[in-house]
Design a protein around this ligand. Structure first.
Ligand code: AHR
Length: 321
């Protein structure tokens, strides 16, 4: 059985579907219509965070008819069953290429095999899959989540080596959660993490998870949040508890969306590891190569940077996301 990292390495009432340009000019499905457009089915996992909104905007701005793509975009609302249904719909539509961002790593074997049997190439976006299907995708593009966790851990180790850490995790079982947890824990040492809970990558759940953590672990003094949105929810919970975010409780987050960096500039976040969501143009290039049968790299890493409280307002205002 084949197991890649990307072998390790979601319908609520109705998934939000936007058919942007399906089968334009007489149909492009299967590549045998009279259109030159490449038909692409894109299953986005949801709209849970500022990162996801920026990623969706980038995808929709790049996968356009002007760029040679007829896009069918489906938002799975963070439910795997919605994604699986969308992928099956794409097979039924006989699209040229399927692209998707898997909400969690496991549970894709059956549908990936169906896609393979239909001979539709897959471009995996952002997150990874853990599957027994051999050669399940043509190429993957996304961030190095483990490295992001490590970079967060290095800053904590250097600046707050004795911190009592609470880890606010992303959607359990997602590539972003699994790898950030691993990378962070490997650097700071598991014994320094006094509690963990998921906030599902959302501001609301980040707030409730932090409220519970402040009760359960009264001596916690540092939170590592797997994304900015959960960190912003944590700020609300910390302030409601009469404590000062960024001082009484140090906050380290991942993403670097504008709201997160503003919190950093305002002294409420202490350190932010970027996860850049703006790579729609690179997805287009990969789709074109895959569709043309050209060789493509198995993986493309989107490079990240880090930010501390020396960030300027100009840098924040110039951000694309
Ligand atoms: O997979 C990337 C992660 O998903 C981002 O860090 C988070 O904000 C999003 O929900």
């Amino acid at each position: 059985m084949f197991h890649s990292k990307f072998a390790r390495t979601g319908i609520a009432a109705a998934a939000a579907v936007s058919v942007l340009a399906l089968a334009a000019c007489g149909g492009s499905g299967g590549g045998d219509g009279d259109s030159d457009l490449i038909s692409v089915g894109f299953s986005q996992l949801g709209a849970e965070s500022g990162w996801r909104t920026a990623n969706t905007e980038s995808v929709k701005a790049s996968l356009t008819e002007e760029n040679g793509i007829a896009l069918t975009f489906v938002d799975a609302q963070q439910k795997q069953e919605n994604q699986i249904k969308a992928l099956r719909d794409f097979i039924a539509q006989d699209v040229d290429v399927i692209a998707f961002s898997p909400v969690i790593e496991t549970g894709w074997d059956e549908v990936l095999q169906e896609i393979k049997d239909a001979e539709i190439p897959v471009v995996l976006v952002d997150r990874t899959v853990d599957t027994t299907v051999e050669d399940p995708f043509a190429t993957w593009i996304g961030a190095d989540f483990r490295l992001e966790g490590e970079m967060a851990g290095e800053w904590v180790k250097e600046n707050h080596p004795d911190a009592k850490i609470f880890e606010l995790q992303g959607t359990l079982g997602s590539g972003a959660q699994v790898d950030r947890q691993e990378g962070f824990g490997a650097v700071v040492g598991a014994e320094n993490i006094i509690g963990q809970a998921t906030g599902n990558f959302t501001r609301a759940e980040g707030k409730t998870a932090t409220e519970a953590a402040l009760q359960a672990y009264p001596d916690l003094n540092l939170i590592f949040a797997h994304n900015d949105d959960m960190g912003l929810g944590a700020i609300e919970a910390i302030e409601a508890a009469g404590k000062v975010p960024g001082k009484d409780i140090i906050l380290v987050t991942v993403d670097g969306v504008r709201d997160g960096l503003q919190a950093l500039h305002d002294g409420k976040f202490n350190f932010v590891v970027e996860c850049n969501p703006v790579f729609g143009d690179q997805i287009v290039e990969l789709i074109k190569k895959v569709h043309a049968g050209e060789e493509v790299a198995k993986e493309t890493i989107v490079v990240d940077q880090t930010f501390d409280q020396t960030i300027t307002q100009e840098t924040i205002d110039a951000r694309l996301f």
